[in-house]
Design a protein around this ligand. Structure first.
Ligand code: DQA
Length: 152
């Protein structure tokens, strides 16, 4: 049976497509969701794709993933750089977590170069735009041992 992956998107990612396209690309969040669902199908993963502007809601979703999902892809957006609460929730959930950022946070403002999420993440993909989400699903598929996941 396919494993279930929760994909969490943080604040302002609902504005993708019109928000600083020179930094974040021209894909909308709906475009990224469609690509994730298609990639998930090929990898035998069920995709639950969400976005919130609310830190507490993000924490609630991570906590619930413990029973409802097998792995997490998270672009916590600005909360990446500020939220110990999100970090603590990810540490508590005990499942593979792949951190994604559209932009290369290490080439940007100094305050973006520190990630609390990274302390709980199995791995991080940044700077590859929307493709990062598909690569994160590949990584989870191989770790969870589902069909189609490469073992690299
Ligand atoms: C981001 C990078 C963050 O620094 C920023 O706050 C975002 C998006 C990214 O995907 O590149 O909102 O997570």
């Amino acid at each position: 049976m396919g494993k279930s992956i929760l994909i969490i998107n943080g604040p302002n990612l609902n504005m993708l497509g019109t928000r600083q396209p020179e930094v974040y690309g021209s894909d909308t969040l709906a475009d990224i969701e469609a690509a994730c669902v298609a990639r998930g199908k090929a990898l035998d993963l069920t995709i639950d794709f969400r976005q919130t502007n609310d830190e507490g809601e993000m924490v609630d979703w991570i906590q619930a993933a413990r029973t409802d999902h097998d792995g997490i892809v998270i672009n916590a957006a600005a909360y990446t750089h500020t939220s110990v609460a999100v970090l603590d929730a990810l540490l508590a959930v005990e499942m593979p977590v792949i951190e994604v950022h559209l932009s290369n946070i290490h080439q940007r403002d100094e305050f973006r170069q520190h990630s609390y999420v990274a302390k709980a993440a199995t791995g991080m993909i940044c700077g590859l735009g929307a493709q990062g989400y598909s690569l994160a699903l590949e990584a989870l598929a191989s770790r969870l041992g589902t069909n189609g996941g490469s073992t690299a």
